[in-house]
Design a protein around this ligand. Structure first.
Ligand code: PLP
Length: 402
């Protein structure tokens, strides 16, 4: 079913919501934790069920029709994802188990093979651990073999922005790559990769964590100047178990099989199979295809407008609540609103909201620094203004009782 438009360009969350079995079954629940994972639309649920109940085979492993048909379906999903993310070519899209697996594939498929003594990687220490930890681990591995790679931190401003000046100060003649989040998972602040790209020497690679941007706003990786990008399927309506690693064509010659075996690793293996060792998770990949169909049916511009409006609504409401210290300011527009209430533990706020069937993330974010314990409301296409208001009413009450 195509969601109806309530007004020109505005989507009707109730119609969209009806496509989500879990939300339809629990109408009292305000699910405000979509930045952790999204609920799944009917098309995605059906895609997984079909993949498991219809003729299963191993994709890319057999010459009989069940296997060849499944292989062709997977390649159709690859094309759809390439178009959705603005990749120049289908073979720039590698299927992985998620964004974490994709970032590790960059570290091991590119970094382990190509970094030399004295090379530098510029990164943001307050990014998600999936964006940071693979590089810390790689540095430690390489140091055991006498190769010293330096990780150079870039600090964001107080409001969470990554400035051109801060980036320029971190980059040197030894910088090989800059790694950063497109949208930060707690502040919700969006970086401007195309502008930052222009500051970099063309030889420096740009690696984007798009876990919180893909499926939320239009992402055109070629236009953003990304060389690598990682995407999380389960945060854009697909089943857990699938993610995407985008590798710009100019990187392909430098990439090695990071998980050799099961169809990957032989010299001369072509992309993307070179980075897809082992049996692909066909149900999850097919669910990603259904997720892209769903997003296309709503329209990514409408998704962005809807989540931006809800984000601003929540920020405006919470900004006037005494005792609430907003982490996401006026820049936040990506569906994420985070805050602290000094004097009340985030976990206690989470419990209090949960008792009223308002589900948020209360601390325990996978990153370093004070943001790690923020309370985060995160909305998506199925979230209604009434749900945001309900959460804000409750939070006002909680803050007043502090
Ligand atoms: C910004 C960011 N990057 C990466 C990840 C990891 O994604 P995945 O669960 O697909 O490995 C997350 C998940 O919370 C995230 O928020």
């Amino acid at each position: 079913m195509i969601p109806t438009m309530a007004a020109a360009g505005a989507l009707c969350p109730a119609d969209v919501r009806a496509q989500f079995p879990a939300l339809a079954a629990e109408p009292r629940v305000a699910y405000l934790d979509s930045a952790s994972t999204t609920q799944k639309p009917r098309g995605v649920v059906d895609a997984v069920a079909r993949a498991l109940s219809e003729r299963t085979a191993s994709p890319r492993r057999g010459e009989y029709p069940w296997a060849t048909r499944l292989s062709a379906e997977i390649e159709r999903v690859r094309s759809a994802v390439a178009r959705f993310l603005g990749a120049e070519r289908d073979d720039a899209v590698v299927f992985t188990a998620g964004a974490t697996a994709a970032m590790n594939a960059v570290a091991h498929g590119w970094g382990l093979a190509g970094l030399a003594d004295g090379d530098e990687i510029v990164y943001c220490p307050d990014d998600h651990t999936s964006t940071v930890a693979p590089w810390l681990a790689l540095r430690d591995t390489l140091s055991r073999f006498g190769v010293a790679v330096r990780l150079v931190p870039v600090r964001r401003t107080e409001s969470g922005a990554l400035t051109a000046g801060a980036l320029a100060a971190a980059v040197t003649g030894r910088t090989r790559m800059v790694v950063l989040s497109h949208v930060h998972g707690v502040s919700g602040v969006r970086a401007e990769p195309a502008e930052l790209r222009r500051l970099l020497d063309p030889s420096v690679l740009l690696c984007l964590d798009c876990a919180q941007s893909a499926g939320h706003l239009p992402v055109d990786l070629a236009r953003l100047g990304a060389d690598f990008a990682v995407v999380s399927g389960h945060k854009m309506f697909a089943a857990p178990g699938v993610g995407v690693l985008y590798c710009a064509p100019r990187t392909h010659a430098a990439l090695r099989a990071h998980a050799p075996g099961g169809g990957a690793g032989a010299l001369g293996d072509r992309m993307p199979a070179r980075l897809e060792g082992g049996t692909l998770d066909a149900p999850a990949i097919l669910s990603l295809g259904a997720a892209v169909d769903f997003l296309d049916s709503v329209g990514i511009d409408a998704v962005e407008r809807h989540t931006r409006d809800l984000t601003r609504r929540a920020v405006a409401r919470l900004a006037s609540v005494p005792g609430v210290r907003l982490r996401s300011g006026e820049h936040a527009a990506s569906g994420i609103v985070s805050f602290h209430v000094p004097g009340i533990r985030s976990a206690d706020i989470g419990f209090a909201l949960s008792a009223e069937q308002v589900y948020v993330r209360a601390g325990g974010h996978c990153l370093a620094g004070p943001d790690a314990e923020a309370v985060r409301l995160s909305v998506h296409v199925y979230t209604t203004p009434a749900e945001v208001d309900r959460a804000c009413d409750l939070l006002t009450h909680i803050a007043e009782s502090a």
